[in-house]
Design a protein around this ligand. Sequence first.
Ligand SMILES: NC(=O)C1=CN([C@@H]2O[C@H](COP(=O)(O)OP(=O)(O)OC[C@H]3O[C@@H](n4cnc5c(N)ncnc54)[C@H](O)[C@@H]3O)[C@@H](O)[C@H]2O)C=CC1
Ligand SMILES: O=C([O-])CC(=O)C(=O)O
Length: 308
Amino acid sequence: MKVTVVGAGAVGASCAEYIAIKNFASEVVLLDIKEGYAEGKAMDLMQTASLNGFDTKITGVTNDYSKTADSNICVITSGIPRKPGMTREELIGINAGIVKTVSSSLIEHSPNTIIIVVSNPMDTMTYLVHKTTSLPKNRIIGMGGALDSARFKYRLAEALEAPISDVDGMVIGGHSDKGMVPLTSHATRNSIKVSEFLSEERLEQVAADTKVGGATLTGLLGTSAWYAPGAAVSGLVQAIACDQKKMFPCSTYLEGEYGLNDICIGVPVILGKNGIEQIIDIPLSDAEKAHMQASAEGVTKTNGLLEL
Ligand SMILES: NC(=O)C1=CN([C@@H]2O[C@H](COP(=O)(O)OP(=O)(O)OC[C@H]3O[C@@H](n4cnc5c(N)ncnc54)[C@H](O)[C@@H]3O)[C@@H](O)[C@H]2O)C=CC1
Ligand SMILES: O=C([O-])CC(=O)C(=O)O
């Protein structure tokens, strides 16, 4: 199992590290445009192998796509992150060009690959890969919902004063400060609805804190987060590599599901060896439907900025 990660920056390196530590891939190729950078990150990570007990071989390359040939899975993290006060949507001007070039170079050397898009604004970058490559829709996956759901569970556990392993919940919709749709009514603590334990006001606060999860970290760190994003990507990669048939909310191209068309947005999917093997169309409450509709309108507006 060969995995390529483009962008050896904060998220790309974290992603490579988690993939290696989980020890399911034979090879991870890290590629960056900055001379020597991916080579350095790969060497540093390889020097953790005996300490962390993994056998995955990590190699770094400067913009040499021939070294990525025949990758089963390619992750795109190349591009700029936001700074405090910015939205993810403001990154489109620079990141769209990067994602378009990178995805086409990857596919040239790995025509059968599955692509996971991470660069922001992620739903629009996922849509861009759909519109500018000939990959089938099951092989183009946007990572956002897995991360947003992990943050939702963190906030729920905090409110419940419970361990995170007691909590389950999911966030669908666009991966943006306003567009996320935390499914509060479906969230549970050991199969009991969280509304049994928390007031409506507290649950609204949990949802609000979840939606600005990325912005909160960007304010604290001066750039956007990388540990949880890297871990979330590694979860998707593992589900595909190990054919786990696990459910994650991912950005995928919709053709009528959730009443939406010609858009990539976060919905629950089953991930296995073929990438997205099924889209799960769960019934939403009227309020959740309205949030999903508004979220889709936001993503469509950003998609309109693409030069396709
Ligand atoms: N979808 C999600 O949930 C998340 C998305 N992100 C996004 O991921 C992206 C990366 O974030 P960070 O790793 O923090 O940024 P970073 O600046 O640490 O790393 C980005 C790397 O991409 C490289 N790069 C730029 N253009 C390239 C090209 N054409 N080819 C190859 N490499 C190139 C840069 O040299 C740099 O090393 C950002 O757009 C950020 O907004 C970050 C966290 C979560
Ligand atoms: O907040 C950002 O810009 C990066 C990101 O998508 C996240 O951490 O959720």
